[in-house]
Design a protein around this ligand. Structure first.
Ligand code: ATP
Ligand code: MG
Length: 377
């Protein structure tokens, strides 16, 4: 996939921008706080309809403005399309609309049209941070290539919220409608099972690809691996026994039963795919607890580059790669490894302070950013 134009209005510190893009490698450089990351964020927002580095969409609108939009034209081997995401304030409420070639579409139709992989310094947190970040990494990766999975997640979260509400109510009133709870258990475990089966399948492929990439990056004999950590009533275990949807459903029904009293006391569902995790290891050691800074960085990079390959396998096209400020953090070998990836085959947007760090890349173009304005070189 290749982005051929970016247009934004009132997005972060950009008042307006309309920029044709022709090259495989696009280097966005300039001083701190000028709008380099904001540029990548605009692309990300047009692709996913959610902000890249905040939960709060309201932060995206330019100070003093009351509407904003981000629009990309992009092409794959077959067609060229245009996505527009607009958000505006009306009577103090925010509204949002998404368009494909000027025709309104839903968030569900939007997600995954334009595939993007973003690698930013924060992504080290995939290795180091909370389980939720690893789940998000895996979920976004799958949902980008699998609409059905996207729908499963939406469905799961809805049922989960309803079940939690039910549990809170049971706690507060000290009355539990057992029949109703069974209905929620049934529905939740059924969707949970589907989610986990898909996650396991995808993780197998991600684990394999990222292990290969890791050994290339580090040029060492260390073995990188990623396992699925399934939350159970007692603890967590690496999942390698259950396989079929039916088996997982049974598993979840039993586990929810075991946790019924505790969950009612707490007023939430303490088991399910929303509590699972990934165990990232180098040799026998958990990278999160025992990895060196450099190993953790290589691990995060390997996972992200594996995402590129995974999307290519599933969509027959490489996604667009956004690299925010990563060059300065990588040592020579890792930088070289990264550059061989972006060498022409993957359209890449990368930000740097110092453009000397990225020289002699084929089919490349430099964009200088200053105070929300871009000039081409
Ligand atoms: P660095 O090299 O430090 O990463 P950068 O060029 O990536 O810098 P950005 O994060 O893209 O910088 O832009 C930061 C600038 O954008 C800051 O000056 C900030 O005040 C401004 N900014 C952020 N959000 C908004 C907004 N909603 N409206 C206007 N300006 C904003
Ligand atoms: Mg930045």
């Amino acid at each position: 996939m290749k982005i051929t134009n970016l247009r934004v209005e009132n997005f972060r510190n950009y008042a307006s921008l309309n920029l044709p893009l022709q090259n495989a490698v696009n280097i966005i450089y300039g001083n701190n706080a000028q709008g380099k990351t904001n540029f990548l964020e605009a692309i990300y927002y047009a692709a996913f309809g959610i902000p890249a580095r905040t939960r709060n969409e309201d932060e995206l609108v330019r100070f003093t403005a009351d509407s904003f939009c981000s629009e990309v034209k992009f092409k794959n081997s077959y067609t060229e399309n245009k996505i527009t995401v607009k958000r505006w304030q009306q009577l103090n409420r925010w509204k949002k609309e998404i368009f494909l070639n000027d025709k309104k579409i839903s968030a569900k139709e939007h997600y995954g049209l334009l595939n993007i992989v973003l690698f930013a310094p924060d992504d080290l947190q995939i290795v180091k941070g909370e389980p939720g970040l690893r789940r998000k990494f895996l979920d976004m990766e799958i949902a980008q290539t699998n609409k059905y999975y996207y729908e499963l997640l939406v469905k799961y979260n809805k049922i989960l919220a309803q079940r939690n509400k039910f549990l809170k109510n049971a706690r507060d009133t000290e009355v539990t409608d057992e029949e109703q709870l069974k209905v929620w258990d049934e529905e939740l475990s059924s969707v949970a099972a589907e989610i986990v089966v898909i996650r396991l399948k995808v993780l197998k492929s991600i684990s394999q690809i990222s292990a290969e990439i890791y050994s290339k990056i580090t040029e060492e004999k260390e073995v990188f691996s990623v396992d699925y950590l399934l939350k159970t009533a007692q603890d967590s275990k690496i999942e390698n026994n259950l396989q079929e949807k039916g088996e997982f459903k049974e598993f979840y029904l039993k586990e929810m039963e075991k946790r019924r009293v505790l969950d009612t006391l707490r007023g939430y569902t303490s088991i399910g795919p929303h509590r699972d995790d990934l165990l990232i290891k180098v040799d026998a050691n958990n990278l999160r607890s025992f990895g060196s800074q450099g190993q953790q960085r290589s691990g995060a990079l390997a996972l992200k580059l594996a995402e590129l390959e995974f999307i290519k396998e599933n969509k027959e096209e490489y996604p667009v790669l956004l690299l925010d400020d990563v060059m300065s953090e990588l040592d020579g070998n890792r930088r070289k490894q990264l550059l061989t990836f972006i060498n022409g085959k993957v359209q890449t947007f990368l930000t740097v302070n110092d453009k000397e760090l990225v020289k002699y890349l084929p089919d490349s173009k430099y964009f200088y950013v200053e105070n929300g304005k871009i000039s081409e070189e």
